[in-house]
Write a protein that binds this ligand. Sequence first.
Ligand code: AMP
Ligand code: GLY
Length: 426
Amino acid sequence: MNILLLGSGGREHALAWKIAASPLLTRLWCAPGNAGIAREAECVAIDIADHGAVIDFCKTNAVDLVVVGPEVPLAAGIVDDFAAAGIKAFGPGKQAAQLEGSKGFTKDLCREFDIPTGAYRRFADAKDALAYVRAQGAPIVVKADGLAAGKGVVVATTLRQAEDAIAMMFDGAFGPAGAEVVIEEFLTGREISFFALCDGETAIPLAAAQDHKRVFDHDEGPNTGGMGAYSPTPFVTPEVHDQIMSRIILPTVAGMKTRGMPFKGVLYAGVMLTAQGPKLFEYNVRFGDPECQVLMLRMMSDILPAFLASCDGQLKNFNLRWYNEAALTVVMAAKGYPGDYKKGTPIDGLDEAAGIEGVEIFHAGTVVRDGKILANGGRVLNICASGKTIGEAQRRAYQAVDRIDWPDGFCRRDIGGQAVGQEQTE
Ligand code: AMP
Ligand code: GLY
């Protein structure tokens, strides 16, 4: 098969690595890709926002399947455009992508189909939103309705912060994404990421992972795209897993079908494990980054038949096999991230680091210039490792981190810490 992968992050490097291992693969391209992806795929410099250009490329190169990594093209309807051009693509169409593209849409779906989530209200103007938060008090969560590159959520611990967030969003800080605002009950508990593969009718679980969203150790500092992840997580017990499937994932797939917008692709549920059981706090319609990196290390089965079964509505009797081993990834980011950071700083020691048993390095924001790897983004590298336990995966990943010579980079030192603590008490 000829495959085109869209995206340029660590998630897409992990996907490229996994797709490249498939015996079904003939040729793999990635648009636009990065320096690491270039080892697995032929990178092509197409602007993926230009759906016509991507479709032309697919036709010229007899692409059999397109795999869409990020949410922006999904929310923009790229899968519908491929379908209209007779090209098979993995991921949801525009209507189904509203599960990520509109927080209000998802909350209304939860209400209609009795999916556990925090109490909420939707607002189209600041005055009503302010009156509501004043009546509710803090802590409370203020969310821009649309896509805001992971920055549209403010967890307000004081009423003042909630009021400021409402003012900022209605003032246009996120453009049209903030024209509507969802105000949501603050949920307490442990936060996990749960992934399921869907074909419009059926959903099969992939795996659960835990991300680390804050930039500094012990969950301090601002939110980021994710600073590290591991899978499986001991906090998703078999019982919690079944509750998430039966109360959250399956009713969502059934509800979307009832609404005439069947969901195909990866459904990524952000779930809070509360004292009252698992509650959904957001959906994404794609793999998580960096969670995808650990999922790909753990997946034993060929991924291409899974993508095809999702596209073709054939997941009902489909089985995926997973390695028993744990996987963990540490994100190395440019100093300053998620604020301002420098580009073009040199990175050495990658080959020595990759030589450690069980270690795999996926690139995010990198470029090659004159044979040297340079940082080219905020999140730059994913240092991943497998191991018999999360503790072993963690030791290997940090051993690899310590061999990397990048004075302008940094990482968290406590990825997987809570789970390793749990392992040690068992
Ligand atoms: P997002 O940018 O949508 O990934 O959300 C950022 C973070 O906000 C999530 O990872 C959660 O930690 C937090 N969050 C979102 N909704 C809630 C909620 N209802 N209660 C508590 N925390 C939340
Ligand atoms: N890891 C968070 C995300 O992919 O949205």
